[in-house]
Design a protein around this ligand. Structure first.
Ligand SMILES: Cc1cc2nc3c(=O)[nH]c(=O)nc-3n(C[C@H](O)[C@H](O)[C@H](O)COP(=O)(O)O)c2cc1C
Length: 210
């Protein structure tokens, strides 16, 4: 065979092998890119799962249902377990009459040692995050919330207060809570009016989770 033709065939074979090799390498690198992306995706998913793996409880006291409604919205949004703090002695309308200085609620709020009893057993050990809800009574937390803190060790847990009120803000009650137990990882929390909607609650929870 002519020497030139042999050289040409060898050159073609080398180019062909080189081309196949290049394609093979680049396709593998694509695969590994995809794998990296997948890994990133997975780690993103895992991170999200880790967030949602945090066990969430919504624990609240509500004398007339307003805070319960907000608690229900939080339950819808987070999928957490909703647990109501039930007073051993339910509050009657007379008990809640804030115009009467001798009403039960007013007497409790005026007595720093008052700790109204809770009827139900509240299991809090298994939760990592607790939304803690209450109505504002005289600018502050109802004393039954302090009973709850006395009888449940929430040290190291993330507790997110929320409240409802006619018009007062949450600030004074936050100070009370933060000073009452400094081992709890308190977040700032939020006050809602009786007109709060599911959307309001969704926006709030999105804002604290981002
Ligand atoms: C004894 C008592 C004291 C209250 N004090 C306040 C107050 O200081 N500021 C306020 O804005 N609302 C006050 N309220 C109104 C409640 O905070 C409000 O109606 C709340 O949304 C009730 O929540 P609930 O239905 O979950 O019990 C008071 C209500 C009661 C019964």
């Amino acid at each position: 065979m002519n020497k030139k033709i042999i050289v040409l065939i060898v050159a073609i074979v080398i180019i062909a092998i080189g081309g196949i090799g290049f394609w093979f390498m680049s396709s593998n690198s694509n695969k590994s890119d995809k794998k990296t992306n997948n890994t990133n995706e997975n780690s993103k998913v895992n991170t999200n799962n880790e967030t949602s793996n945090e066990k969430v409880a919504i624990i609240y006291f509500s004398a007339t249902g307003t805070t319960r409604k907000v608690a229900d919205f939080i339950e819808n949004k987070t999928g957490g377990d909703s647990i109501e703090i039930e007073p051993k002695y339910e509050y009657t309308d007379d008990d809640l009459d804030y115009n009467n200085k001798n009403s039960r609620a007013n007497k409790e709020q005026n007595n720093s040692k008052s700790r109204p009893e809770i009827q139900n057993n509240l299991e809090t050990d298994s939760y990592d995050v607790i939304y803690l809800g209450y109505p504002i009574w005289w600018g502050d937390v109802p004393k039954i919330i302090l009973t709850f803190l006395d009888t449940n060790d929430l040290s190291g847990k993330k507790v997110i207060p929320f409240c409802t009120s006619g018009s007062s803000g949450i600030e004074e009650s936050l100070d009370t809570l933060k000073n009452y137990n400094k081992d709890i990882n308190w977040t700032d929390g939020k006050r809602f009016s009786s007109g709060a909607t599911q959307n309001d609650i969704n926006e709030w929870i999105d804002s604290i989770n981002n």
